[in-house]
Design a protein around this ligand. Structure first.
Ligand code: SF4
Length: 81
């Protein structure tokens, strides 16, 4: 698995820094459709990764205690963290 994973979800680019994730499980509780913990105990994207409510997606990224989840808007601006 790569150190970084990226998906386009709900109009945002979401990036996971897998080197930083400490498996606190916060993001998965808020956006179970998007994030899951893999067999290395690191967060990854779910297979489906559907578009979800954008505020909930941003909340799931923002709640990460180690800033392992990055959200970039349509204009290329990083809005989380
Ligand atoms: S909230 Fe951050 S540290 Fe916790 S599982 Fe998600 S990405 Fe990993």
């Amino acid at each position: 698995m790569e150190d970084f994973e990226e998906r386009r979800i709900s109009g945002l680019t979401i990036r996971i820094d897998r080197r930083t994730c400490i498996c606190s499980d916060n993001c998965t509780k808020i956006a179970l459709e998007i994030f899951e913990i893999d067999d290395e105990s690191i967060v990854t994207f779910s297979d489906a990764c559907p578009d979800i409510n954008r505020d909930r997606l941003l909340e799931a990224c923002s709640i990460c205690p180690v800033d392992a989840l990055i959200a970039i808007d349509e204009d290329g601006n990083q809005i989380v963290p």
